[in-house]
Design a protein around this ligand. Structure first.
Ligand SMILES: NC(=O)c1ccc[n+]([C@@H]2O[C@H](COP(=O)([O-])OP(=O)(O)OC[C@H]3O[C@@H](n4cnc5c(N)ncnc54)[C@H](OP(=O)(O)O)[C@@H]3O)[C@@H](O)[C@H]2O)c1
Length: 343
């Protein structure tokens, strides 16, 4: 698969990475371990070398899964993981105290069966801890060789700038897809200016943009999408026009909607890397196929024009999880009660 460099001095990663969260967490029961290992190793066989996990996925079990699955070819892959929630549990709120970051690094290294984390992201900005202290803690870990690169996730523009002054940021991970283009306003220009890569999470719109989900879809009771406004039944019905548009375009291109959604992300900038997640090998193959697709300027204009005319209905995070949205300095930390939270 085609490769790209993340950020100015970042690692070389495949044009499409693998988001591993859903194998353990967020979208219903965890996948069977044997199948999950087969999927991760299968993606490596298909040319994927960039794997995304977090302490909070499980919590903990997703890192353990990756550690086992990637052990045979550890030196050929780039492993990204994340710190930043209290006790590793996202529903407890954020915690980026430097001592906690350092402890998470040690524990993640052990679970991942490795001696270095290639990319260590702060999962969400902690308004109580100045970002300079967070960057300083990761800088120490880099100096010790335990971490190779520093990343942020869903951070705002000023946070990115301030962090970058202390320890250059290699990548920002943020939601970015055909139905969430907010980063184009302020974030992507800053990343371009500073030479920071963008890792696009939920590039398939948490499955919606593939056309596999409609108003009649029943999610497992532990599926996070049950509490996402955008996935409420009436909003799925209202957002159907998005799918009709992607599907019509995909047919013309002899591709699938998922491939169009991913090819669109890839086509935005050479340094934007989507990390779709799936638990199914046939879908993985389909998704990876998007890396070979070329969308021309005329194609992109056609898709953008069509999407510009559609209003997406429903927020991407529920009100109770406001700390999961873009976090700017001084924004309040919310206390959440839901356990079905995805990040
Ligand atoms: N930094 C953060 O805060 C944050 C937040 C969310 C996610 N992430 C990362 O980003 C990764 C990807 O995001 P995501 O999992 O939320 O969303 P996504 O990749 O947009 O969508 C995943 C969903 O799409 C389905 N799917 C995948 N390929 C498909 C295909 N070809 N056809 C039909 N359905 C398909 C999957 O179901 P099946 O399993 O049934 O195929 C799954 O339910 C995560 O794994 C995680 O690593 C990070």
């Amino acid at each position: 698969m085609r490769k790209t460099i993340l950020g100015n001095n970042g690692p070389e990663v495949s044009a499409i990475g693998l988001g591993c969260m859903g194998l353990s967490f967020g979208y219903g029961p965890a996948a069977d371990k044997k199948n999950a290992i087969e999927l991760i190793r299968g993606s490596y066989e298909m040319g994927v070398n960039f794997f995304d996990t977090a302490e909070a996925y499980g919590p903990f079990t997703n890192e353990e899964l990756l550690g086992e699955a990637l052990a045979p070819f550890r030196d050929n892959v780039v492993i990204a993981t994340k710190f930043g929630f209290q006790d590793g549990v996202a529903s407890k709120g954020v915690d980026s105290r430097p001592e906690r970051i350092k402890r998470v690094a040690e524990e993640s290294l052990r679970r991942l069966r490795t001696d270095r984390i290639d990319l260590f992201y702060q999962h969400r900005v902690d308004p109580k801890i100045p970002i300079e202290e967070v960057a300083g803690a990761v800088k120490d870990l880099i100096a010790q060789g335990k971490v190779k690169h520093f990343g942020l996730s869903e951070a705002g523009a000023q946070t990115i700038r301030r962090a970058h002054k202390v320890q250059p940021v290699t990548a920002l991970q943020s939601e970015y897809s055909l139905w969430w283009r907010e980063p184009e306003k302020e974030i992507i220009p800053i990343l371009e200016e500073l030479g920071i890569g963008l890792v696009a999470f939920s590039p398939l719109g948490k499955g919606f943009l593939t056309g596999a989900i409609d108003a009649d879809t029943q999610f497992d009771k532990s599926d996070f999408r049950n509490i996402v406004p955008r996935f409420q039944k009436e909003n799925r019905e209202a957002n159907k026009t998005l799918i009709d548009t992607v599907r019509a375009f995909a047919e013309k291109k002899n591709a699938t909607p998922a491939q169009i959604a991913l090819a669109w992300v890839i086509a935005q900038k050479p340094w934007i890397v989507p990390i779709p997640g799936t638990t199914k090998l046939h879908r993985l193959k389909e998704n990876v196929g998007a890396a070979e697709m070329e969308l021309s300027t005329a194609d992109l204009n056609e898709i953008n024009d069509a999407f510009d005319r559609i209003e997406v209905i429903g927020d991407r995070y529920p009100e109770a999880l406001s700390h999961m949205r873009l976090v700017f300095p001084n924004s309040p930390i919310s206390t959440v009660s839901s356990k079905n939270i995805q990040h």
